[in-house]
Design a binder for this molecule. Structure first.
Ligand SMILES: Cc1ncc(C[n+]2csc(CCOP(=O)(O)OP(=O)(O)O)c2C)c(N)n1
Ligand SMILES: [Mg+2]
Length: 321
């Protein structure tokens, strides 16, 4: 497919910024500046950028614990993003949620749940709102290959299918749920897509490290959901570059396979090579973008680090008992 340069540059900017954010979180964590722990999404950015290139205002996003920078992608400004990650009052949840809870309703980000899979009903509810209001929006549900195996996900899929609701179920299949390889936990290679037919849902499986392939696969699927044909499944195949959490020694997997994925399936590097080959972007321009976004991130980190933490009196605010 032929694309306008403006579109390619927009996609590249999103991809690069997500990579730089994911890398920055790894660095901040290594310097003991992040309370809690992080699940790095390095290497998986194209799955989010490609699928979410189909988004439009009014859509909803149920994001997950990995590739947290996806909330920046859909609108969370860097100041509130880092404010939350560094547990400061300037964060989206006033620092109460931390890195796994960068929800932001004003951008349609429906929050994240630490209890994986239980939150699959939330985008189904959002889709009911869309339907009641007669909009052509969709609710995206992102989950990993591990979370996808949970019962609540299939309950949510059943309801969404029965009621023909505009939900796009996206499985980010990165090959592992903590230390469990996908082939050990799933009887089929495509954890969600191979089961979609049982819910009468269309599905597509894409190389989630190829941003344009992901976009093309997602476009057809999302178009059908927006048109009122009911929910559908997108499964993005990728590989988790880093450990489940920072500090995970990954003794359960072959380091050579990880290395191969990082060298050959780098979604940012490969896309940049294509754009440079096509004369859309130069190496100097990429270097400038990296430098300028790094400055933006550093300014937001400094802003967050200078911000106050909640007090002991405030810590239980917004809790429902
Ligand atoms: C219901 C539930 N069970 C277990 C956990 C612990 N846990 C946190 S992340 C994770 C792995 C999830 O794997 P996957 O869904 O493939 O996402 P990935 O970490 O690979 O991005 C598990 C089991 C949890 N948070 N919630
Ligand atoms: Mg996984």
């Amino acid at each position: 497919m032929k694309y306008e340069n403006d579109f390619l540059l927009k996609i590249h900017k999103e991809l690069l910024e997500m990579r730089l954010l994911e890398a920055k979180m790894v660095d901040l964590y290594a310097e003991s500046r992040v309370p809690g722990h992080i699940h790095s999404g390095m290497g998986q950015e194209a799955a989010f950028v490609g699928v979410l290139a189909t988004r439009k205002p009014g859509d909803y996003f149920k994001l997950a614990h990995r590739v947290v920078s996806s909330s920046y992608l859909v609108g969370d400004p860097l100041d509130t993003f880092f404010g939350e990650i560094l547990a400061k009052k300037t964060g989206n949840s006033g620092g109460r949620g931390g890195i796994n809870h960068t929800g932001r309703l004003c951008d349609g980000v429906l929050g994240m749940s630490g209890t994986l899979g239980c939150d699959a009903a939330i985008p189904v509810g959002a889709a009911m709102t869309i339907e009641a209001e007669g909009r052509d929006n969709v609710a995206f549900f992102f989950a990993g290959d591990g979370a996808t195996n949970r019962g609540p996900v299939y309950e949510a899929m059943t309801l969404a299918a029965d009621w023909k609701l505009p939900v796009v179920f996206v499985c980010i299949n990165n090959g592992f749920g903590i230390s469990t390889p996908t082939e050990y936990s799933s009887p089929v290679p495509n954890v969600m897509a191979d089961k979609a037919a049982g819910f009468n849902m269309p599905s597509v499986v894409v190389d989630g490290t190829n941003v344009l392939e992901t976009y093309e696969g997602a476009s057809k699927i999302v178009e059908g959901v927006r048109a009122g044909n009911g929910p559908a499944v997108i499964e993005c195949k990728c590989y988790r570059w880093r450990g489940h959490f920072e500090g995970d020694q990954c003794a359960y997997r072959d380091g050579a396979v990880t290395q191969m994925n990082m060298e050959e399936k780098d979604c940012v590097k490969n896309f940049e090579k294509d754009l440079m080959d096509q004369g859309v972007l130069t190496a100097d321009q990429i270097a400038e973008m990296r430098e300028s976004f790094d400055k933006e991130m550093e300014a937001s980190i400094a802003h967050a680090e200078a911000a106050p933490e909640m007090t002991a009196d405030e810590i239980f605010d917004y809790l429902y008992v």
